[in-house]
Design a protein around this ligand. Structure first.
Ligand SMILES: NC(=O)c1ccc[n+]([C@@H]2O[C@H](COP(=O)([O-])OP(=O)(O)OC[C@H]3O[C@@H](n4cnc5c(N)ncnc54)[C@H](OP(=O)(O)O)[C@@H]3O)[C@@H](O)[C@H]2O)c1
Length: 380
């Protein structure tokens, strides 16, 4: 670090007190000097993704929050519901730093990372949060952005793009020939529509509003089922029969969603047998729960799924652990080459770090609504 390297920066922290109160604050924190294989990045664009809300809000309801502090140093206190306080008891007293992804400029670099000094990079930081002015990451956690791409365009090159690609990889690794995807109008879902079209992988999209169905059709999606339609069950079975989908990636996760997907896949498989069996079909149906947009408990009635079915939790590191390094490198290169097209993220609002703790803004991004993704610009 030279004399011009910043020693402190604003950092958003989320701390759970022993009495179940979650305290959010923007504090001036000392910066970690980069080790030999690390860089210090001045953050310029940071997405707010669903996975960031867990460390940030810990299941707390922003409608019950108390707002204090000053405009420049806001403070928020949220009394967690008892079940959330209990679920997150392990983090009591720890000042967590939310934020996984981001992009910015390298302002200091360790001995083995000098080639990145002054470069703009996109990053995924697992140890230190990106909801701040600066973050220190290893060279393995970042990649140089192509010169002609803005930090905004490169803000999420790992989290959603790599997850969407890894979903397609999992389908192939597990021997399926088509898949179902729920909450499919999400940012990630739109990427998946484009990936599957490019790769010739049949995809059944499940959404819950007519405008979401239209959005996906405008992107070229062939099979879109709207769960709000009275004939949704028939739409889903038709699309499964047409595509041969035997695996689902369910971002909803809670309530009846995984069970309804299993039932639909089993109905199609049983009908294709041509005879009735009390044991159901011999087709393996799998549901990978990869998000929990519905926080209610998952309900499974093992009556109509046949004999062969799996419901499992799925996360990006699981598939990355199954793939050889050269395959992962090829996936990363595909993402970096397609950040304006296949892997484009659309941000509707750009906010400052202080605005992350603003009453109206918090209520808006906590909704996780279609097409309302927020981008933090820590330089504002
Ligand atoms: N497991 C992993 O490794 C991994 C990695 C990355 C992302 N993810 C998951 O990927 C999912 C999509 O992320 P994203 O950033 O692309 O999301 P996003 O752009 O913020 O969109 C969220 C979508 O979910 C819908 N939604 C919200 N609550 C819902 C509910 N209860 N039932 C049905 N739909 C609901 C919204 O539709 P409305 O407008 O109708 O509310 C919206 O279309 C998230 O669940 C995230 O946690 C998982």
């Amino acid at each position: 670090m030279n004399d011009n390297t910043p020693s402190h920066g604003l950092q958003l922290t989320s701390t759970l007190d022993a009495d179940g109160t979650l305290r959010l604050a923007l504090i001036e924190a000392p910066l970690d000097a980069p080790a030999s294989d690390e860089v210090l990045v001045r953050l310029e664009a940071v997405p707010i993704n669903p996975s960031d809300l867990m460390p940030l809000l810990a299941g707390g309801d922003t409608a019950t929050a108390h707002f204090g502090g000053s405009a420049a140093r806001p403070e928020v206190a949220i009394a967690l519901p008892p079940e959330a306080a209990q679920a997150y008891a392990g983090r009591t007293g720890a000042a967590l730093q939310p934020g996984l992804a981001g992009a910015g400029t390298v302002v200091a670099a360790g001995a083995d990372a000098q080639h990145l000094l002054g470069r703009r990079v996109t990053l995924l930081s697992l140890r230190r949060g990106t909801f701040g002015q600066y973050v220190t990451v290893t060279t393995a956690e970042c990649a140089p952005l192509p010169e002609d791409l803005s930090s905004r365009e490169g803000a999420d090159a790992f989290c959603n793009p790599m997850t969407a690609l890894a979903i397609a990889e999992t389908v192939r690794l597990d021997g399926h020939k088509a898949l179902i995807h729920t909450a499919a109008a999400s940012n990630l879902g739109q990427m998946l529509v484009r990936i599957c079209a490019e790769d010739g992988l049949p995809l059944v999209n499940v959404v819950r509003r007519a405008e979401q169905a239209q959005l996906l059709r405008d992107l070229g999606a062939e099979h879109v089922c709207n769960s709000a339609d009275p004939d949704f069950a028939a739409q889903l079975r038709d699309a499964i029969a047409t595509t041969g989908a035997t695996v689902a990636f369910d971002a909803i996760g809670g309530g009846a969603s995984p069970g309804l997907l299993l039932e639909a896949m089993e109905d199609v498989a049983a009908a294709a047998m041509g005879f009735y069996s009390p044991y159901g079909s011999l087709t393996l149906k799998q549901v990978n729960i990869y998000g929990h947009l519905d926080r209610t408990p998952t309900v499974l009635h093992n009556a109509r799924y046949g004999m062969l079915w799996d419901v499992r939790n799925w996360a990006l590191p699981r598939t990355l652990g199954q793939l050889p390094p050269e395959r992962i490198a090829a996936m990363n290169a595909r993402v970096l080459g397609g950040l304006r097209t296949t892997f484009a993220s659309h941000f509707t609002r750009e906010i400052s770090l202080a605005q992350v703790l603003d009453r109206e803004t918090m209520a808006a991004y906590a909704k996780l609504a279609t097409g309302e993704k927020f981008l933090i610009n820590p330089t504002l």
